[in-house]
Design a binder for this molecule. Sequence first.
Ligand code: AMP
Length: 431
Amino acid sequence: MSKDTIDLQEIRTIRGMRDLIGKDAEAFCYIIDSLKKIVSNYGYSQIETPIIEFTSLFARSLGEETDVVGKEMFSFFDRSEQSISLRPEGTASAVRALITNKLTQNLPQKWFYYGPMFRYDRPQKGRYRQFYQFGIEYLGSKSPLSDVESITAAYDVIQALNLKNTTLYLNSIGDTESRASYKEELIRYFSQYKNDLSADSQRRLLVNPLRILDSKDPKDQEIIQNSPSILHFLTPESSRFFERVQEGLTRLNIPYRMDRTLVRGLDYYDHTTFEIKTSISENQPSMAFVGGGRYNGLVQQMGGPSIPAVGWAFGIDRLILAFQHKIPPLHLISVLFVKEDEEYDALLLAHQIRSILNTPVLFPSDGNLIKRLKYSDKMNVTCALIMGEEEIKSECVKCKFLITIKDFFKGTEKVIKRSEITNFLYNLFKE
Ligand code: AMP
């Protein structure tokens, strides 16, 4: 191959990474805007943290034994030989930000964030190596009503995006004391089946038996089915806490189903855990849109004071896949000149309409009028405003309708005085 030829192999995307274009990009923006609006109504404000952090931040907070840390991080050494990682999730960075920005005395903090996350997972539909999350973190509240509030906000998102066939799954993994006695029981139970468990689960049996409940291995799944339930091991305080969460959801009419194996994939959770799942199609397993819960020990574990917290993260890629909502049509206008002589008048008109009506205006300037009309048609322009010699002389604009709107049929034309054009368009587009 000559030096000048580009090797197409080299310019493909990396496995598990994709471009969001057209409808997907439109849905992405719509979903992010809806999420922002919903969580703002609950008093959350935006934070931005770096996409890379020290590897130790994630290893310490998510847990060495988790799949995310053990197998899925994009980690590498930078030029100063420091191990850094692309963030696999947002909570660790938010907690780091609370500590490093000295905000631990300034509580509560209610934060939302969104952006790309990276996990070296096996790519499939709805599972990517670069995916997008939108998350909230409510730092500094220990009340079970904060759990209710945070789950309610997630439920609002599902309603606002009109997602069908979803179920909210709920569990409690109790406090440290509840988990200590539960872990003992789990070790006793799983040890009976030690040789039948997957290699990962065998290793986890002694290190972190709770992680076995997370296993997707079909053989493990069978054994997990009959495992003891954490709910029988909750201390009276943990039990009371969980009852109050359930009571809150019931009072707000939010339906949920208990799932005693819902321990979530990361080590920092305690008390409430939850997920909202759906089946994307009949032949596909259900997948989670959002997952979250309480993490009272994490801030302290990372070197800060003891600060209770609760949060969740939505997977935006999965919301895009399930999103059926019709985004309200946006009226597009195009301004077209006939010959070069009219180009500046047309340019000025496009500029004026854009600024007076605050509406999108296309100004295609390549090719001839036919080509520019075809382009306007392809872009679903509602009406093309045409300026030729005749229109300029008579201080008019020819309005050609490319879509039927109100009394104007597709293909018809109307000549309008230049001084009245913005008024005409305003009345045309108003509901
Ligand atoms: P987690 O941070 O694992 O609790 O995940 C929260 C949400 O992020 C999940 O419910 C998914 O919707 C989404 N998510 C997690 N991993 C991926 C991935 N590899 N690709 C797409 N979405 C993901």
